[in-house]
Design a protein around this ligand. Structure first.
Ligand code: SAH
Length: 391
């Protein structure tokens, strides 16, 4: 097996449990293997730091699987999946039919995402190492959950960096139907795994959608970047007066309208607008009691940081103009390359330019079925603020 020895100055984070070893942290790499091969990781004094998988072409050269030297086989993967399931059984409410079972690095299975949608499972493999482990993951999921089908939808920037193309299709059992229903926060949602974004639904926002349900009654709401209606539908179900859902994707909005009807909501209570949020926000003059901004990641690569921050500032500035005094803003960023502190500062700058006083009611994060390893701050990609706006 390949042996990777770290520079002494770079061992600290790995010893603390950080799962990534950057190329610059490696003192020597002995042995050869294709992308995705296993590698033993060793401290400079020769002691074992653990085992990971390797992709020599990536700046994240090794992703750690275990903090000890052990066999990475079906039994290892099964144990990881069992632990992941035990966590969900402890933290996911019983009336939820869709949840994230494996959150990559946050479940010590780097590069592997597993979302459960009732009897179907949707997996994403983001790295070469995850691709190698895929058959063992499928075997483990079948043993653990006896699903009706397991579908793969692996895509995105990380795969590109790893030298991999996108791939989708059935891994086991039946193909999921084109649209199937899940339940969340007392609402029904149709999910389109194949045509939808990511694995089909943004499960990470479940608790934040629930939160909006606690304050939405009687309110006029703008659900910006609405996707299939999530925040707006939860709000309307608890009695929001009016919800405007804006998204640039026609297919997402079509599904949002279907979801609206499925939840027995009145047609007059909801408005669906296909538009670019940047232009929409600049053009409207209407005001709202509550605005949600849940954009896609504006910063996909580190070099996009400046442009991305400008984007976050712009939408927040425009949205702040539209919220009444005594109104609320739920604002999010899911850019991994933007720290929570920098995002909060960007919102502050927007508030300063808008001349609005802003108070934080709560810092927001992903639902509990998206655990983040404390040693791996990069895993905390989704951050948000629930704000109370004064004059
Ligand atoms: N809040 C949603 C998830 C939002 S995902 C939920 O709870 O399910 C981000 C959404 O932003 C996607 O639906 C995408 O189509 C949309 N989007 C991306 N760029 C946009 C833009 N410039 N204007 C409007 N919508 C955009």
């Amino acid at each position: 097996m390949i042996a990777v020895t770290l520079k002494p100055s770079r061992e600290g984070p790995v010893i603390a449990g950080h799962p990534w070893i950057f190329s610059g942290a490696i003192a020597s790499l002995v042995g050869e293997g294709a992308a995705g091969s296993l590698a033993r990781v060793i401290a400079n004094d020769g002691s074992a730091l653990g085992i990971g998988y390797l992709n020599p072409r990536c700046s994240i050269t090794v992703r750690m699987l275990s903090r000890q030297f052990e066999e990475i086989d079906a039994s290892f993967i099964h144990r990881r999946l069992e632990a992941a399931l035990a966590l969900r059984r402890a933290v996911v409410p019983p009336d939820i039919t869709a949840y994230r079972l494996v959150n990559g690095e946050g479940d010590f299975l780097p590069g592997i995402i597993v979302d459960v949608y009732g009897p179907f499972i949707v997996c994403q493999s983001l790295t070469a190492g995850a691709d190698v482990l895929k058959p063992l993951v499928v075997e483990g999921l079948v043993r653990l959950l006896s699903p009706q089908g397991i579908y793969e939808k692996s895509e995105g920037g990380v795969r590109q960096e790893e030298g991999l193309t996108n791939t989708a299709g059935v891994l086991w059992g039946e193909e999921p139907p084109p649209l199937f229903e899940i339940q969340e926060n007392g609402c029904r949602f149709l999910v389109d795994v194949r045509g939808g974004q990511k694995t089909g639904f943004f499960l990470d926002q479940r608790e934040n959608r629930a939160l909006i349900g606690t304050v939405a009654s009687g309110k006029r709401i703008l659900n910006g970047f609405a996707y299939t209606g999530g925040f707006g539908i939860v709000a309307a179900r608890v009695g929001a007066r009016h919800v405007v859902s804006v998204d640039s994707s026609e297919s997402a909005l079509r599904l949002a309208q279907k979801n609206w009807q499925m939840n027995d909501l009145l047609e007059v209570q909801g408005e669906f607008i296909q538009a670019d949020m940047f232009s929409y926000l600049r053009e409207i003059t209407e005001s709202f009691d509550l605005v949600v901004l849940d954009p896609p990641p504006f910063i996909r690569r580190r070099q996009d940081l400046k442009v991305g921050i400008t984007g976050y500032k712009e939408i927040n500035l425009q949205a702040l103009r539209l919220v009444v005094s005594g109104g609320q803003l739920f604002t999010f960023s899911c850019s991994q390359h933007l720290s929570a502190a920098d995002f909060f500062q960007t919102v502050l700058f927007a508030a300063a330019d808008a001349r609005r006083s802003v108070r934080v009611l709560k810092h927001l994060s992903p639902a509990a079925d998206h655990p983040v390893n404390l040693a791996h701050p990069e895993g905390a990609y989704l951050k948000g603020l629930w704000l109370w706006l004064g004059d």
